[in-house]
Design a protein around this ligand. Sequence first.
Ligand SMILES: NC(=O)c1ccc[n+]([C@@H]2O[C@H](COP(=O)([O-])OP(=O)(O)OC[C@H]3O[C@@H](n4cnc5c(N)ncnc54)[C@H](O)[C@@H]3O)[C@@H](O)[C@H]2O)c1
Length: 381
Amino acid sequence: MTHRTIPCGPENPLRVVVVGAGSMGQRWLATVTATPETELVGIVDLDLDAARRSAAGLGRPDLPVGSDAVALAADTGAQACVNVTVPVAHHPITTAALFAGLPVLGEKPSADTLARSLSLAAASEVSGELFMVSQSRRWNPQLFALHGMLGELGAIGTLTTEFFKAPRFGGFREEMAYPLLIDMAIHAFDSARFLLGADPVSAYCQAYNPPWSWYDGDAAASAVFEMEGGTRYAYNGSWCSPGAETSWNGTWRASGEKGSALWDGDNEPMLVADVEPAERPRSPYSDIGGALWAFVESLRTGSTPMGEVHENTMSLAMVEAAVQSARTGQRVLVDDVLDQAYAAALREETRADVRAALTGWPSVRGALVPQHQPPPAAASA
Ligand SMILES: NC(=O)c1ccc[n+]([C@@H]2O[C@H](COP(=O)([O-])OP(=O)(O)OC[C@H]3O[C@@H](n4cnc5c(N)ncnc54)[C@H](O)[C@@H]3O)[C@@H](O)[C@H]2O)c1
């Protein structure tokens, strides 16, 4: 998909409002402030005191604040918005921003449901504005190195992630039905798609809650995805697993025709194979700074970044497929999940132009095919 470009860079930084001054919002405010290519011009939150406190915390008590992203963007001459609100607010805020002529960099998940993510993909098409999802772990240089190693292993039979941690968040995560699958596993699922360069075909998942769990919902899950080309991706995780915790990225193993690659999620990955190492492009920036860099670069050049909403939506489809399988006990076809979400998107859509764009899609999977181009300035290992 092509999007409107905006001339911007260190000489003429992109003017940005950050929407959502919660805990992740603080990280975004610091990142937007520290990036030479962006200028923070306002903070939006329904809780105006939280927005004011955040402005004061940055040493800028006079920074404009507001409770409506589009209105504050108009007042401040903002050119883009970063949406770091709670998932349920992603769809309304991003839709309003796109149709007000503001490209959006949004926190994961793209939307609170797959159907609303499809709506946002269509809204991006109709408005001609870029909507990129910051799937922050995609930009980890070690993950890029692992990606290069998989390319050296020939065909990949199995890819696995083990994720075992014991955080005590309090709040919404401890009350959700599937906290691990919905709030966390999307990072690993998205990384698996990146590593394999393949999208999911089916999911089988069991979710459960160990007896000592401090979560109301299922804090543990084991999921197996069949990916395009036949590779199996197996995810095994728990959010109530004290002792020998893995990294926040999880522990990874790829088993291929010519050998294996291992990554503990914190240190450089390791190739255990008798092959000539090839060039391994790395992300020049990591974490949310990497996503912000890619967003600005794509606005400047017109390239399509990783995380662009069409491409990213398939990671949310993996989450919904896993949850549906956990609920029903059945293996679930991702195409069925996409079709159900598409029907819901058409039913729920309130904008005629967005519904017309959705109706024009030849197929849901066809509309979502990966469209990203390689990062323009990727450095070599
Ligand atoms: N990439 C990561 O590693 C990572 C880590 C944590 C959170 N996140 C994501 O970041 C997002 C925010 O999470 P959080 O932990 O900061 O949540 P939070 O609850 O701490 O903060 C959310 C803020 O959004 C505000 N808000 C809610 N609805 C709004 C609306 N309609 N308009 C304006 N403001 C509104 C709330 O008042 C609150 O201040 C979520 O989507 C979450 O999944 C990502």
